[in-house]
Design a protein around this ligand. Structure first.
Ligand code: NAD
Ligand code: MG
Length: 386
């Protein structure tokens, strides 16, 4: 008997991860089906996706953006929901098997939370959820018996490499970082970086926020915090190495000195597919390594002086509590200000450091406290810029 198709809800289907997710579904030969698609803006694209994939639901997450938009192009049989409650509704629907959490920023927390509360398997691209509320999110997943699978390529690599040994045998993990477009920039050059240069990543084609995070290396800082909660590691067990080719996506070092790595060309379709198909591996559309071509893999230690975001990542990972939520929200606000040309590139990390340093720290915050601090940190960045 043919197996029933897995029903996938994509939160953030018009984004870079969302679109890659749809390609994976398209190439799955009917094993995976898109049952719900959600987007904040670019609603024409959402409608076009609906015409192609015939989901049961589409959600326009922003009531303001949806107002006045003509949804008459939606296919028959696709129901329209409007507002953030719609995202929660589809994320927790009984008909959904896996939720691909691909909204950018802490705005993704609500949908992921609803999915975990409903006991869903969540394929998590939205790292900001774990940075903001890691311990609470992991505890919720445990309590509800839901499964949280990484989509972030480094964490997918670690998750795969962890299967080579027992947890008690793990010495540390090593997250690889491309180093971004400014790996070789001097401090002076970093002061002159333009928005266009920051949005031009050498290896990955991603949404604007994470592309800027890669350029400041705040992305790796967020990934240290993500790994700390996802794999329950102490921050001392998480190392970062710069690997400009982005072929090794991360590694696990075992107590005997053996290092297990996961390799593939930089293409998010592979970690997305692994999370959507887990525990199985299947044929897929991701690019493959061509071993007939000569290839060189390089490694170098990160420069913490030129890229001070990494230090903030370790600090927030060590402090836990409210630190991750404040660092994340400050960074979101600072990156938005940079993209609007209100803040120079080299001030993004100092703005985050200033707000992190002056916040009212609590070691055991509630979810509502974290959400409140998220709003507070954004306002503090606005003051700092003035
Ligand atoms: P993107 O900007 O390309 O897409 C974001 C999606 O979220 C869009 O569909 C948008 O409509 C939706 N969205 C934005 N704000 C929203 C809001 N307030 N409410 C509801 N929906 C909203 O971003 P992306 O590059 O696809 O990244 C998505 C997430 O995946 C991020 O957390 C990022 O860190 C993570 N991630 C991305 C990549 C990558 O290759 N792009 C790799 C690893 C991790
Ligand atoms: Mg990553």
């Amino acid at each position: 008997m043919a197996e029933r198709a897995k029903q996938i809800a994509i939160l953030g289907s018009t984004g870079s991860i969302g679109r890659n997710g749809l390609e994976v579904i398209l190439a799955s030969g009917g094993r995976l089906q898109a049952i719900a698609l959600t987007a904040n803006s670019r609603l024409e694209e959402l409608v076009a996706q609906a015409r192609r994939f015939h989901p049961r639901w589409v959600v326009a997450a922003s009531t303001a953006v949806a107002k006045g938009f003509d949804f008459s192009g939606l296919p028959a049989g696709t129901e329209l929901l409007v507002g953030p409650e719609g995202v929660e509704q589809v994320a927790s629907s009984a008909e959904v098997d896996v939720v691909l959490a691909a909204i950018v920023g802490s705005a993704g927390l609500r949908g992921t939370w609803a999915a975990l509360e409903a006991g869903k398997t969540v394929a998590l691209a939205n790292k900001e959820t774990l940075v903001t509320a890691g311990p609470l999110v992991m505890e919720l997943a445990r309590r509800r018996g839901s499964c949280l699978l990484p989509v972030d390529s480094e964490h997918s690599a670690v998750f795969q490499a962890l299967q080579a040994g027992r947890r008690s045998e793990v010495r540390r993990i090593v997250l690889t970082a491309s180093g971004g477009p400014f790996r070789r920039h001097s401090r002076e050059q970093l002061r002159q970086v333009t928005v266009e240069e920051a949005l031009n990543h050498p290896n990955w084609d991603m949404g604007p926020k994470i592309t800027v995070d890669s350029a400041t290396m705040m992305n790796k800082a967020l990934e240290i915090i993500e790994a700390r909660w996802l794999f329950d590691l102490s921050p001392d067990q998480i190392d970062v190495v710069v690997h400009p080719q982005s072929v090794i996506h991360s590694m696990v070092e075992y107590v005997d000195g053996s290092v297990v790595a996961q390799l593939s060309p930089p293409d998010m379709k592979l970690p997305i597919q692994y999370a959507l198909s887990w525990p199985h591996r299947t044929e897929g559309p991701a690019e493959r390594i061509d071993w007939k071509q000569a290839m060189c893999l390089e490694f170098e230690p990160p420069d913490l002086e030129r890229f001070p975001a990494l230090g903030l990542g370790y600090e927030a990972a060590r402090r836990g509590g409210t630190a991750g939520a404040v660092l994340n929200a400050a960074n979101e606000a600072a990156v938005a200000a940079f993209l609007e040309r209100r803040l120079p590139f080299h001030k993004i990390v100092p703005a985050c450091r200033a707000v992190l340093a002056c916040h009212n720290y609590d070691a055991h915050p509630s979810l509502s406290q974290l959400l409140e601090l998220d709003g507070w940190a954004r306002k503090e960045v606005a003051h700092w810029i003035q």
